[in-house]
Ligand binder design. Sequence first.
Ligand code: FES
Ligand SMILES: [Fe+2]
Length: 387
Amino acid sequence: MATTSEEREIIRRILDHEANGTTDMLPAVMDNPINHYTDPEQLRQEVDVLFRNFPLVVAHRSELAEPGDFVTHDDTGVPILVTRTDSGDIKAFLNVCRHRGARLQGEPCGNARRFTCPYHAWNYDLDGKLRGMPQPVGFDGIDREDHGLVELPAYERFGLVWVVPSPQEREIDIDAWLAPMAEQLEGLDLGNLVIFKKWALYKDMSWRLALEGFHESYHFCSAHRDTACSNYLDNQSVWDNYGPHVRHSVPLPHVTKLRDQSEEDWEYRPYFMTQNYLFPANFVQAMTDHVYIHTIIPTGPGTCAFHCTMLVPDASQTNKGERYWQANHDVVRVVFDEDFTIGEGIQKGLSSGANDHFVFGTFECGLHFGQTSINAAIAGEIVPPTR
Ligand code: FES
Ligand SMILES: [Fe+2]
């Protein structure tokens, strides 16, 4: 993959920081009130805005490879059914029968030609159209066109399947929405990677705490002292703020070798871990040779779901085998556990009254950017562009 001008600039910034013992810094610390992690009313606003009107990653394209493939998704509180139609499109629907509201598809994934409601067997096709029902004489006069599944905005971009969990009056322009991150996402070629592992964790911590773990690297050499610390330069990240999306580039120690190369020969990927925040709750975390997709969703006050998919090159594209990827997976799981243990501890301590706000340091730049964007979205100042 060719090195982009953005990546060359990131390398220059990091080499400067490394030479000078500095890092990216903002002019002042920022306070974040504790009610952002505890208040049910605050959470209700976050769910109503962030988790109803913005695209969330729900699957990798390989999970919906063939016509008839489907997945269901429930953690936003909205029952979602996503299908691959016969024409190859991705569609998403409320997973709710239009007769009397039964849950239509109970399985997490599978392949089907029709979705038949378990209650009275109304059935729907992959496009959500109502196709039939037993004893239709009892429903003479209803307009079948009006009783198809309720559609949600769904998109396939950069090898990922995105769904907006509530019907929208206007069509969201997903390309405009993701445009600032497009060059990088394109370069990661996510659609041609394969799933090595996929898992979901349910944690007793605000979704915000889970999110914040990706926004700074200040914690690496304490929280991850025996794991991630030695893999990266200590607290020398750079951030590119595309408000509301953020690229957070964390350099590996051997990035200093690039000083001895001409800029034309620079490669970015072998020297960085990149934590791409795709507002409001998605991360594409690019390692040097594989990628993690994370989506963090509130499930209640002080609880969240953490969905993670590990994508690796197809076996024919690499000489790295099962054991190599498994070892990477195992380390990452330990690192995440280290974060979650701390996050659940923070959540437990919130009611103690020790803090009425948290303070974001001047070099915890991603925390400032993420917080500012969440506030702006709740205030209606950030909305996905529409066509
Ligand atoms: S509720 Fe689905 S068929 Fe009756
Ligand atoms: Fe961490």
